[in-house]
Design a protein. Structure first.
Length: 262
């Protein structure tokens, strides 16, 4: 399991500058969080690819900026709106392919939309996203996200049943904490479908701390994923907030490298 960091850690720094920062910290992997429609265009993706190549880093996943639109524009009940907005995700999958990434990360629909979203429609539309990804050689993954449908173990089980082998997950520690789910129960339930990990620490000081600054049992996480012969990577995703994020990422890398004996 190789270690990386998300460009989201440096938000609102421009995406290309954030990627340069991740490279400078010596990580082997990165997730790129796209923050604007123009960043999905091929010239920008190629520039990010050059930055990654020069920095000796592999981009493994892409996170679209448009998660806030998905409840209404992708999973909502107005067909024309879906048809107008789905192109954003086609561009996202193409940008991911240009970057040599493996995954596109989807939040999905909120748990309590004003107009209910039937599970059957959700699964049908998500399958459409999956097919867009396949056309580009990209795996489209559901992330577990607090206040979204995917916060629930039960919903994710239903989704897995509906999508079968096309169901793949990006697992985020802090989101289970925020949703009140047990992190290790969630991991055990989906360890064979998890393709990519978003990691952070938690404890009395907060639910999104730099690894090593809380009480989360990272050894237990690794042991669970080892039982599933996990071949993916772990990307630190914290937010700049009130601390020096570059310093914290560097310290977290040292902590996890030692803990996982890398």
């Amino acid at each position: 399991m190789k270690l990386g960091a998300s460009t989201a850690c440096f938000y609102p720094l421009e995406t290309e500058q954030a990627l340069k920062n991740v490279c400078a910290l010596g990580f082997e992997k990165a997730e790129v969080f796209m923050n604007a429609p123009s960043e999905l265009e091929e010239p920008f993706a190629k520039e990010l690819g050059r930055i990654a190549e020069n920095g000796g880093i592999d981009i493994i996943s892409v996170h679209p900026f448009s998660s806030f639109l998905e409840s209404s524009c992708i999973f909502g009940d107005y067909q024309r709106r879906f048809e107008d907005y789905i192109g954003l995700y086609q561009k996202t999958c193409h940008a991911a392919a240009v970057l040599g990434a493996k995954f596109v990360v989807i939040h999905g629909a909120v748990a309590m939309p004003k107009i209910p979203i039937p599970d059957e429609r959700y699964f049908e539309r998500f399958r459409y996203l999956i097919e867009l990804g396949k056309a580009e050689g990209i795996m489209v993954c559901q992330e577990n996200v607090n206040r979204f449908k995917s916060q629930s173990i039960d919903f994710c089980r239903k989704m897995r049943d509906a999508l079968g082998s096309d169901y793949n997950m990006v697992f985020d520690i802090k989101q289970t904490v925020r949703a009140g789910e047990d992190t290790f129960t969630f991991l055990e339930a989906f360890k064979h479908q998890i393709r990519h990990l978003h990691i952070s620490d938690n404890g009395a000081a907060g639910d999104c701390l730099p690894p090593g600054k809380g009480t989360f049992d990272f050894k237990r996480l690794k042991n669970i994923m080892d039982t599933a012969d996990y071949k993916g990577d772990a990307v630190i995703e914290i937010y700049s907030g009130s601390y020096d994020v570059a310093k914290e990422l560097k310290e977290s890398k040292v902590y996890l490298d030692k803990l996982w004996q890398r």
